[in-house]
Design a protein around this ligand. Structure first.
Ligand code: G6P
Ligand code: MG
Length: 219
């Protein structure tokens, strides 16, 4: 039986990819590194430190760990400042409706995000009340594709993975859900999340009715 839902944040509840892109772009420009939207796609769902390593590898750059942390912090300062402009208008279409529906039907709901800024994003969206549990980049040390963040969220909800559906927009996020033996819903194109149990192009199509129809034996 499905009793709980675990949501990724960036790309599922709200589209922060553009803000992450702008902040990494500013840092890369300052450093003289090549960075474009194609490379930004590779950062979907992975932690901040893993992200900067992908960018440095792409540019053939190697620096000592303290400098890498300093640069990642610089990017984060730019990103966090840009979050000040986020408002409750910035849910991805369909996301607020689904969260509201899940609440009204009494499901348990958790966040399972790699972001250390998840609480700030939820606050800006006025979304904190939708979640029984917030698992974020501070909750576990191994990030996606390891299943740890989803296992953490499920454990805090008091549910085993087979009773939960994970919503994810990242390839590595679906990998993480599968590694943890969760049911999975992919949001995005086939080539990114086609390995999920069910896939929707956007959150708008991902209604509770559609999800229940697909997983009908589990409700
Ligand atoms: C999300 C995004 C990633 C980002 C990560 C860490 O998973 O999809 O692109 O790198 O969070 O975010 P943070 O806010 O901690 O830098
Ligand atoms: Mg995501």
């Amino acid at each position: 039986m499905i009793k709980g839902f675990i949501f990724d944040l960036d790309g599922v509840i709200t589209d922060t990819a553009e803000l992450h892109y702008a902040a990494w772009k500013k840092l890369s420009d300052d450093m003289g590194w090549q960075f474009d939207r194609e490379l930004n796609e590779k950062l979907r769902g992975i932690s901040r430190m893993d992200s900067i390593k992908v960018i440095m590898d792409h540019n053939g750059v190697s620096l000592d760990e303290d400098t890498v942390v300093e640069l990642a912090t610089k990017k984060n300062d730019i990103y966090v400042e840009s979050l000040d402009d986020m408002t409750p208008e910035d849910y991805l279409p369909g996301a607020r409706e689904l969260l509201t529906h899940l609440r009204s039907e009494g499901f348990s709901v958790a966040l399972g995000s790699a972001s250390k800024n998840a609480n700030k994003v939820l606050k800006q969206l006025n979304a904190i009340h939708f979640f029984d549990v917030v698992g974020d980049g501070n909750s576990v040390s191994r990030s996606k594709p390891a299943p740890d963040i989803f296992l953490y969220a499920a454990e805090k909800l008091g549910l085993p993975p087979e009773n939960c559906i994970v919503f994810e927009d990242a390839e590595k996020g679906i990998d993480a859900a599968k590694a943890g033996k969760f049911h999975s819903v992919g949001i995005g194109p086939e080539e990114r999340v086609g390995h999920a149990d069910i896939r929707f192009d956007t959150m708008k199509e991902a209604t509770l009715f559609e999800v229940k129809t697909h997983f009908k034996d589990l409700f």
